[in-house]
Design a protein. Structure first.
Length: 445
């Protein structure tokens, strides 16, 4: 049965550099229209290139993983061994479960063939013959779009035993998860795809050596893989020039959510000033309020104060110098009427729910932090709780099998450290100063 959905509204701004989003809103969901808009030209070009030349072009482009880790894409591809007894695979991570992140779904919704073309090129680069597009379980309507696009590509001869009449083989399959945040981690994603519980694997071996079904595997985010065709078509030097330097090439799809006057997904150059993003692209904060806090790239990142945000540039280097992360592109503006204790609690509820429970620091740490923050926000906190929460979060960071422990710890550390006064304002049984009635009072009413 066909799923009914409302198309995601598109936004625009004069500063956008439309590379990944170039075809959005132009009917590129169908393969014929995609071809009219220069689709599959890059794949044809890649068929004439040597694998090492494809990888080198991606290296020159400065393209880094757009899923959050920010690892150099060309370097990741180069780790795949040239010779392998086991089949090689390309795996597209479309799980997109990071709160505040909603860009990959637009790529699949408005330009699904760009993902298919990117997978084909990645396969040619590393010698793989099979690719998988793994989508978040809640994205059922996107699965229908992807499967239709894959069927169109097979019908045209762009997938199958003889792609583009070249005599070379490449196949793509789609798959959906069951709605677990944990499978955003690449090894848990592979476990899920193999039909097992989505738990992270011990590393090494890394996926490039022993990944999906035991074969060398490239795993890239949807945005990352959709960026590959324009890079191959126009050249790595062309793409890298849009960013601030050779390690921060190109553009980034940025999801502006929260307290923005003009929320939406915008494609902006890396290195774009965060202050201009907030007040110009995003239209500032509604109702004449001021910015209190800024989430730079999804709920797992360190939050910035207004002063920090207004001096930031949205590139990997600026955040790396602070030992922080640019993240997944989910940017959230938080206004001055928001309780940061409640913000920390809302984030922790999510990570406590999504923890797979394997690692004790994550399983116990997220649960105790959720309980402490709940009690604190209800007016039952004591002064020593503030330092205790920092202690718990710091002992989670870097001590778990995968990065979920870090994802829960980092926002907690930044919120408790930078907005400590708001925690102190909840002491001595005082209700939340940002709410008329505490949740405890409401429960008793």
């Amino acid at each position: 049965m066909k799923t009914l959905y409302t198309p995601t509204p598109l936004v625009s701004h004069p500063d956008e550099v439309r590379i990944v989003s170039k075809r959005w809103g132009q009917g590129a969901q169908t393969i014929d229209r995609y071809i009219e808009l220069d689709g599959y030209k890059a794949a044809r070009k890649a068929l004439e290139m040597r694998p090492d030349d494809i990888i080198n072009e991606v290296k020159i482009s400065g393209l880094r993983g757009r899923g959050g880790a920010g690892f150099a894409t060309g370097m990741k591809w180069s780790f795949i061994p040239k010779q392998s007894d086991a089949p090689k695979y390309i795996l597209v991570n479309g799980d997109e479960s990071e709160p505040a992140t909603c860009k990959d779904r637009l790529i699949v919704e408005y330009d699904p063939h760009s993902v298919i073309e990117g997978v084909i090129i990645a396969g040619l680069a590393v010698g793989a013959k099979t690719g998988f597009v793994y989508l978040r379980g809640e994205y059922r309507y996107l699965l229908e779009i992807v499967e239709k696009a894959i069927a169109e590509a097979y019908a045209k001869g762009f997938l199958g035993k003889n792609i583009f009449g070249s005599g070379r083989e490449f196949n793509i399959l789609s798959h959906t998860g069951a709605g677990a945040y944990e499978v955003g981690e690449e090894s848990a994603l592979m476990e899920s795809l193999e039909g097992k519980r989505g738990l992270p694997r011990l590393k090494p071996p890394f996926p490039a050596i022993k990944g999906l079904y035991g074969g060398p595997t490239v795993i890239n985010n949807v945005e990352t893989i959709a960026t590959v065709p324009p890079i191959i078509l126009n050249g790595g030097k062309w793409y890298v020039a849009f960013g601030p330097n050779e390690k921060n090439g190109g553009t980034r799809l940025t999801c502006l959510t929260g307290h923005f006057n003009k929320p939406g997904v915008y494609e902006l150059p890396l290195g774009y000033p965060a202050k201009k993003m907030i007040y110009d692209v995003g239209g500032g904060i509604p109702n004449g309020r001021t910015l209190k806090a800024f989430v730079p790239g999804g709920s797992s990142t360190f939050l910035l104060t207004r002063e920090e945000a207004e001096s930031a540039t949205m590139d990997y280097d600026w955040f790396a110098k602070r030992n922080e992360f640019l993240g997944s592109g989910g940017v959230v503006a938080i206004d001055d009427q928001t309780c940061m204790v409640k913000m920390a609690l809302r984030i922790m509820k999510f990570y406590q729910h999504e923890s797979c429970g394997w690692c004790i620091p994550c399983r116990e740490g997220t649960d105790w932090l959720k309980k402490t923050l709940t009690r604190f926000h209800d007016g039952g906190g004591v002064n020593k709780d503030i330092d205790h929460m920092l202690y718990l979060a710091n002992n989670m960071a870097g001590r778990t099998f995968c990065a979920l422990g870090d994802a829960a710890a980092f926002p907690t550390i930044s919120i408790v450290s930078k907005w400590r006064k708001e925690f102190e304002d909840h002491l001595d049984g005082r209700p939340c100063p940002f709410e008329r009635t505490s949740s405890r009072d409401m429960a008793l009413a």
